[in-house]
Write a protein that binds this ligand. Structure first.
Ligand code: HEM
Length: 517
């Protein structure tokens, strides 16, 4: 054997020896030394850990973890990009995860998100600092972040400002779903009474425009007319900013982030008279940014976050709901019958009727949320935290894979992986159960959930009643969701898994243009 071969063999043997020692320590010895730590799901490569599988199909990874630990549902640990994440899969432990706001901190995760949206890490402290003086809007001198959370709750939970927001949404939807506007938006011949559309495009353009018009003044469209069209790419690629790594190509998402930030830099500088139609919360936030002398780049970045939070999920859920409906003729007919009273020919919508008298629509909505809102909820572990007899170590992260709760057969039955439109109608206890967490829980329970529900109900009801919507030929397959951890929030359809739908304007609805402009 040559010297070179000998050296090569010796290096490989030492590396193998080191690897075996590491493996035995991590997966055998550590379990004995620290029996109360959530055990690591075995992996092959130190540091890289479960990164590849996590980004490829996080749901499969979580299911593998549960199976590996014999379905005990005790917390276990995985490693992503060198960091340890403790995974919580039991519904009761998940409730504890959401309610523990002291040692499992949303704030730590929020800082990470603010940075991803472009807030300078050096200036994050300013957002957490207690103001020296009380104001009418902030009598308890809360830091900007906690004040923002309060303002969201004040504005988005049912009450006077919420009703104002809903009225604006209704008016925008009425205009945006008129035949003229739909055909204009998609550059089609208005005279024809039927056209083929991408369902995903329809849901995204109409719902994002309508939400933008509810929250911001229409002048934002003039500042940057491409915001709606860019939202899908922005939300699809946002994970690259969240899991920042040199290995990821983040050029496109960073360009979009800059474009959005630039638009909000201009928007927030406009005098109030030019932003007259924006929602109360947006005025309140911009006022606060000015009072607290927040750096303009940071306040623009936070406005991008406000824009994204309001827009990023509802259009995807509406897409799934309409897909389920279009693949089931009985369901389609039943929903048209249930909702028709709430939609007039000119697009006027009775929101109260939809919210209170349409149990099937509500059930379809909850079932779609159950099957398509399956991402991960994260918290930073601030200090050692006891959950289910295990100690989550301070400095690590904790996560709840919502898919594990939403697939819970002991609650949703043996057909939990099937779409059952009347599942939640047959058992109305399901919406409040610990295994159903589409909107999170605890202190950060989504304050936009009422708005999201109403905007989706309205959009679906208007599309079903204002038009005849049918699947285009030839026969199409039901779209498959992206099950990777790459989409944040509601799953998107896998790229290329859209539906072509035919939209026909009923001949006797000629009067709609008069009321729908
Ligand atoms: C289908 C639509 C939506 C879904 C599925 C959704 C989901 C969620 C979830 C799961 C959380 C909690 C995250 C956690 O605690 O880990 C959350 C928080 C939040 N959501 Fe939503 N959301 C939706 C729509 C909206 C809308 C339309 C708005 C605003 C207009 C909104 C505003 C917020 C805000 C501000 C928070 C943070 C609350 C806090 O920090 O206290 N959401 N959302």
């Amino acid at each position: 054997m040559s010297d070179a071969s000998y050296v090569g063999l010796a290096s490989i043997s030492s590396l193998l020896g080191l690897w075996i020692a590491w493996w035995l320590y991590r997966f055998i010895l550590l379990r004995r030394l620290r029996p109360n730590d959530p055990p690591y799901l075995p992996y092959l490569l130190p540091c890289l850990g479960h990164t590849g599988r996590f980004f490829q199909d996080s749901h499969q990874l979580m299911a593998r973890g549960v199976k590996h630990f014999n379905d005990t549902r005790e917390p276990f640990s995985i490693v992503i990009l060198g960091k340890t994440y403790s995974v919580i899969t039991s519904p009761l432990d998940a409730t504890e995860f959401y309610s523990n706001t002291v040692t499992l901190s949303w704030d730590g995760f929020l800082n990470h998100t603010l940075h991803a949206f472009g807030v300078s890490p050096e200036r994050l402290d300013v957002l957490w600092a207690q103001p020296t003086e009380a104001t009418t809007l902030n009598p308890h001198r809360k830091c900007l972040i906690h004040l923002t959370q309060d303002l969201y709750k004040q504005h988005l939970l049912p009450g006077p400002t919420f009703s104002g927001l809903i009225d604006k949404y209704k008016a925008s939807l009425r205009t945006l779903t008129s035949w003229k506007r739909i055909t204009e938006r998609h550059h089609l011949e208005t005279s024809s009474s039927s056209h083929c559309f991408s369902l995903y495009d329809l849901c995204a353009t109409i719902m994002i425009d309508a939400t933008q018009l509810s929250l911001f003044d229409p002048v934002l469209f003039a500042i940057d007319p491409t915001m709606t069209d860019n939202m899908r790419t922005f939300t699809d690629q946002l994970w690259k900013l969240m899991y920042e790594s040199k290995m990821l190509d983040s050029k496109e998402i960073k360009t979009l982030r800059e474009k959005y930030t630039r638009a909000f830099l201009i928007y927030q500088r406009l005098p109030k008279e030019m932003r007259k139609e924006e929602a109360w919360i947006v005025t309140a936030l911009i006022d606060q940014y000015k009072t607290l002398a927040i750096h303009e780049d940071d306040s623009a970045a936070m406005l991008v976050m406000v824009y994204w939070t309001g827009d990023a999920n509802a259009y995807k859920l509406a897409f799934w709901i309409l897909s389920y409906i279009l693949f089931d003729k009985h369901l389609h007919r039943a929903l048209v019958t249930e909702t028709s009273v709430a939609v007039q020919d000119n697009g006027e919508i009775d929101m109260d009727y939809l919210a209170q008298s349409c149990p099937l629509l509500k059930s379809v909505y909850s079932e779609a949320l159950r099957l398509r809102k399956r991402d991960l909820a994260f918290r930073k572990v601030e200090s050692d935290t006891h959950i289910a007899g295990k100690v989550l170590r301070g400095g690590n992260f904790a996560l709840v894979p919502v898919c594990q709760l939403h697939d819970d057969r002991s609650v949703f039955g043996s057909d939990a992986n099937r779409f059952d439109p009347s599942r939640f109608e047959k058992n109305n206890q399901l919406t409040g159960c610990t295994s159903f967490k589409p909107y999170g829980g605890g202190k950060t329970y989504c304050p936009g959930r009422f708005f999201a529900m109403q905007e989706i109900f309205a959009f679906v009801a208007v599309m079903l009643n204002r038009y005849r919507v049918q699947l285009d030929f030839p026969v199409q397959e039901f779209p498959r969701p992206d099950e990777s951890s790459l989409t944040l929030g509601v799953s998107r359809p896998l790229p290329g898994q859209d539906l072509r739908v035919n939209l026909t304007r009923p001949v006797d609805w000629g009067s709609e243009e008069a009321g729908g402009q």
